[in-house]
Design a protein around this ligand. Structure first.
Ligand code: P6P
Length: 337
């Protein structure tokens, strides 16, 4: 049996892809992986420890913070502070950016935007949850760190990834040269390459959307859902509805099997529910790098103007043929086709 390639070995091997980088990005990815291993340990025993349920506080979106949310956020921030490569952390759990500028060493040049524990409302029912990260390079090395450094378009990302804490724990990431997946081997405490060069099937028959919001969906989305429900394909199974309610889990399944994940604008969330900077941009980067498409219904998510740290967007992400098809439904419904 060939020896497993660990994440650390893989990063070093791929460092040649970045002639300008002197190892900082590699160290940053390793810092993130360290935090992920610690979070994984706690997520896996959440049922046994007193870290289930709400922390008794709310996050900045006045959503009850699960204790593991708070724990995960703290782990990423401390790992990034210790690693020294990161100058700003932008987190779903914090209203403002966190600037890291230790007096005793040179300030890092990378910005890390994170959703430390996405889907955390599912923890108590043992449904897979995930961490999402986006890495951007500070816009210049002269000006002091500021929010403007974070508000860069998604196509400026240098790396992005997610960790899914599911039946196994996986780290999936891209640095703009394809997508690779690593599975945590708890017996050695290492993420090992298990899914090299991941590609999302061009087409699929899985659609993921919370149909409970149906009445508030735009007309084109309602028509697409009706099409999925009624279309009988000549050679394959008809469309299948799969919705976990944990974005990383829904995206990961579709990345492997093909499919589309949709969270459109609704009456209660007129801008969409999911956040651009630390959820949609990193996931969009990964899915595009895997050969898929990531749209807000009208255009590329990675080209969207970023005006706010916690800005939201509608998302239609997955197999390129499925996303293009739902965009056609939206155009026709808006009378633009
Ligand atoms: P709804 C979890 O709260 C989350 O942010 C994503 O992980 C998930 O895809 C979505 O919200 C679920 O939202 O409205 O379907 O419960």
């Amino acid at each position: 049996m060939s020896t497993a390639i660990t994440l650390g070995q893989f990063i070093i091997e791929k460092q040649a892809d970045f002639p300008y980088a002197k190892g900082e990005l590699s160290r940053l990815l390793r810092d993130i992986a360290i935090a992920a291993k610690i979070i994984n340990r706690e997520v896996n025993k959440a049922g046994l420890m007193d870290i289930l349920g709400n922390a008794g506080s709310n996050n900045i979106h006045s959503e009850p913070q699960q204790k593991l949310d708070v724990f995960a956020n703290e782990q990423f921030i401390s790992a990034l502070k210790a690693g020294g490569e990161c100058c700003i952390v932008a987190s779903e759990e914090n209203e403002d950016i966190i600037i890291i500028d230790p007096p005793d060493r040179k300030q890092g040049k990378y910005i890390v935007a994170i959703d430390p524990l996405d889907g955390s409302s599912n923890i108590d029912v043992n449904v897979p949850v995930g961490s999402i990260f986006s890495i951007i390079r500070k816009s210049n090395d002269v000006d002091p760190c500021a929010l403007s450094d974070v508000l860069q378009k998604g196509h400026m990302q240098v790396a992005a990834g997610y960790i899914i804490y599911g039946s196994s724990t996986m780290l999936v990431y891209t640095t703009g040269k394809g997508v690779n997946g690593f599975t945590l081997d708890p017996s050695i405490g290492e993420f090992c390459l298990s899914h090299p060069d991941m590609h999302i099937p061009e087409d699929g028959n899985i659609y993921s959307i919370n149909e409970g919001h149906y009445v508030n969906f735009p007309k084109g989305v309602k028509q697409y859902i009706k099409y999925c429900q009624e279309e009988q394909h000549p050679t394959r199974r008809p469309y299948i509805s799969r919705y976990i309610g944990s974005m990383v889990a829904d995206i990961h399944r579709n990345l492997i099997k093909g499919g589309i994940f949709i969270y459109p604008a609704t009456a209660s969330s007129p801008e969409g529910k999911l956040r651009l900077v630390y959820e949609c941009n990193p996931i969009a980067f990964i899915i595009e790098q895997a050969g898929g498409r990531a749209s807000n219904g009208h255009g590329r998510i990675l080209d969207l103007e970023v005006s706010g740290l916690h800005q939201r967007t509608a998302v239609f992400i997955g197999s390129i043929n499925m996303v293009s098809q739902v965009e056609r439904f939206l155009k026709e419904a808006a009378g633009l086709a």
